[in-house]
Design a protein around this ligand. Structure first.
Ligand SMILES: [Zn+2]
Length: 379
């Protein structure tokens, strides 16, 4: 069976420009984002992105160590860094004054992913996530790096960036996003924007108390964005609020309503007089804790990226927690365990051993996501 790579002529490695557009158009790409741990393993801050054009979905993974699960599942992945994840990649001891660590960390991660992705044999979309107004200097720094890289190599460093001005006025959000999209259209870079607020807490941004009405984006807003951005560039997607929440909580008042996404698509298609039923690339933030049905409904309504972070953080811990619990008698001192007072414990406390246990459990969780998104064997 011919897969995505043959059909679209993709090479393993980081994708740019029209390749990103083509994958997004190839119905239902799922992206999982991850934040970075700088040394051995890449932790995952997954967010998934799905886009539909056919009946297949592809998972894109955002992670440090390019997830083995993506390779083994034969699915493409989106690797993404948040501003906090980028600073973490640089090292928590580095000052982040003027976003210095976040800029340097994101650039370092981009170079790492660019060089390692081909080894895994999978296509990767390299993205940065959630840039709020106060973090725009971070975005500016990364785009300066994109521009310099483009001058030298004819492609930007990152496949795409997200601007999140959802807490500002709609007018400011759209106008500012337009300016950034215009800047990066030169090098065919993708921009994801957010309208409507994702509830919950992530990466220090706390929206747990936000008014519920702000959690549901209206179709008119989507149309206004589409109308403004599409003449500038086709490379953009919209993270619309449909009751999404970052993190996993007890069920509360906010209910996920994927059907709202169908309304957005119908509204825009109608305005355009288009026969394309899903003209808008949509993004699903806060995927953790959602049901398979909710994912598949959203994907069916033109979601091309799903963010799945909290569940992967948890999965990463589980393997390490269980390893430590099970081997506690081998981890209480460097020498001496139940086999004898002089027995060394080095092979138990080597970080490559116990971090690896977290990678395995996280990898299994990612595989499950690829299955939930029907992305397995899509390459
Ligand atoms: Zn998000």
């Amino acid at each position: 069976m011919t897969g995505l790579m043959d059909k679209l002529g993709l090479k393993p490695g980081v994708l740019y420009g029209d390749d990103v557009l083509n994958v997004s158009n190839y119905r239902n790409t799922v992206r999982i984002l991850s934040s970075a741990n700088k040394k051995q393993a890449f932790q995952v801050r997954p967010k998934c992105r799905l886009r539909s054009t056919r009946d297949q979905r592809h998972v894109i993974f955002n992670h440090h160590r390019l997830p083995r699960s993506s390779r083994d599942s034969r699915a493409p992945v989106i690797l993404q860094l948040s501003q906090g994840g980028a600073a973490y990649f640089a090292g928590k001891g580095v000052s982040n004054e003027n976003q210095k660590a976040s800029i340097a960390g994101a650039i370092a991660a981009a170079h790492f992913i660019r060089s390692i992705a081909p080894v895994y044999g999978i296509p990767v979309v390299l993205h940065t996530d959630h840039c709020a107004k106060k973090l725009l200097p971070w975005l500016d720094g990364m785009m300066d790096a994109d521009e310099a890289f483009f001058k030298e190599h004819g492609i930007p460093l990152f496949s795409s960036h997200m601007i999140d001005l959802s807490e500002e006025s709609v007018e400011y959000n759209i106008e500012t996003t337009s300016k950034y999209l215009a800047r990066v259209s030169t090098w065919k870079q993708w921009i994801e924007m957010e309208i409507g607020i994702t509830g919950g807490e992530e990466d220090g941004v706390n929206n747990e108390d936000v008014d519920n009405n702000s959690l549901y984006t209206q179709p008119e807003d989507i149309w206004q964005i589409y109308q403004t951005l599409s003449p500038i560039s086709p490379y953009f997607s919209i993270a619309a609020g449909f009751g999404n929440v970052h993190g996993v909580y007890q069920p509360g008042n906010v209910k996920l309503q994927p059907d709202l996404l169908a309304k957005h698509q119908a509204f825009v298609a109608n305005k355009l007089g288009s026969t394309e039923p899903k003209p808008v690339f949509l993004v699903f933030h806060g995927g953790s804790g959602s049901s398979v049905e909710e994912f598949q409904q959203a994907i069916g309504h033109g979601v091309v990226k799903v963010n799945l972070d909290t569940d992967l953080q948890w999965a990463y811990l589980v393997g390490i927690r269980d390893y430590v619990t099970k081997n506690i008698e081998y981890l209480s001192s460097q020498v001496g365990n139940p086999n004898g007072p002089d027995k060394p414990n080095k092979k138990f406390y080597d970080p490559r051993v116990w971090v690896r246990e977290g990678e395995k459990t996280m990898s299994s969780r990612v595989k499950q996501a690829f299955e939930d998104f029907k992305a397995v064997n899509s390459l």
